[in-house]
Design a protein around this ligand. Structure first.
Ligand code: SF4
Ligand code: SF4
Length: 225
């Protein structure tokens, strides 16, 4: 059963911490994206929400509306969602952002709950399609613990309300392992209990701990620190 609007309101309460209090990451990626944060422009990233989450948002603000696809691939993506529990939505843009009325997708980006091959929720991985566009993905050491803890707690509540979401992220995690195995590259995960680890390619999902200094290699993925 999908979480109710009330459930989403509770999840929002648990997911309020910024990724970093020191860095405004939107200022880091905007110069390379026409002056707008990458995750706040629908030409780059379209928030997908459950219908129940959308009902909550509509009861709180007029900032959101259904996403209107402009390209063939956007039309195909919206068509894929037809009949599902989810829909694509668009806000009025970063200049009109209401922090309390951000979607769960906004609050989480660029992270998703990472599950190891045994099905344990062990940390946070990043949406790899945004490497080179999202500054945070190249600078994981700036991510603060309150954000990590709230991501874990908020998603634990989501999974308690709807096990399908757990299955979605288990599949997403497996998909990331396949992609990086094909690339022959390791990827970094922020550990739920602290620290970081690398997931090794072609290893069945084996992980080893990562030093903070090693994560600097990720910076090569973004044009400017
Ligand atoms: S999360 Fe990534 S894409 Fe979004 S504003 Fe920050 S750096 Fe840019
Ligand atoms: S609601 Fe705010 S954080 Fe979410 S996409 Fe819009 S501008 Fe970005």
């Amino acid at each position: 059963m999908s979480p109710t609007p009330k459930d989403y309101a509770e999840i929002y309460k648990r997911l309020q911490a910024p990724i970093s209090k020191v860095y405004d990451c939107g200022k880091k990626c905007s110069p390379f994206n026409g002056g707008q944060p990458v995750c706040c422009t629908t030409s780059s990233a379209v928030p997908i929400v459950e219908h129940s989450e959308y009902r909550l948002l509509k009861s709180r603000t007029d900032m959101w509306s259904p996403f209107k696809p402009k390209t063939a691939s956007e039309r195909a993506a919206v068509a894929d969602l037809k009949g599902s529990a989810c829909r694509a939505i668009a806000c009025k843009g970063a200049g009109h952002c209401e922090r309390d009325n951000r979607s769960l997708a906004c609050r989480s980006f660029p992270f998703f709950p990472y599950f190891d091959p045994a099905g344990a929720f062990v940390g946070l991985a990043t949406y790899w399609a945004f490497e080179g566009q999202c500054w945070v993905i190249s600078n994981l050491t700036i991510v603060e613990r309150p954000f990590v803890e709230e991501m874990i707690g908020g998603h634990e509540l989501l999974f308690a309300k709807d096990e399908d979401w757990r299955a979605t992220y288990i599949e997403q995690s497996a998909s990331m392992r396949r992609v990086y195995s094909r690339k022959g590259k390791r990827f970094a995960v922020i550990g739920r209990d602290g620290g970081y680890f690398w997931v090794l390619p072609k290893s069945g999902g084996k992980s080893i701990s990562a030093k903070k200094s090693e994560l600097h290699e990720l910076r090569a993925g973004f044009p400017n620190f």
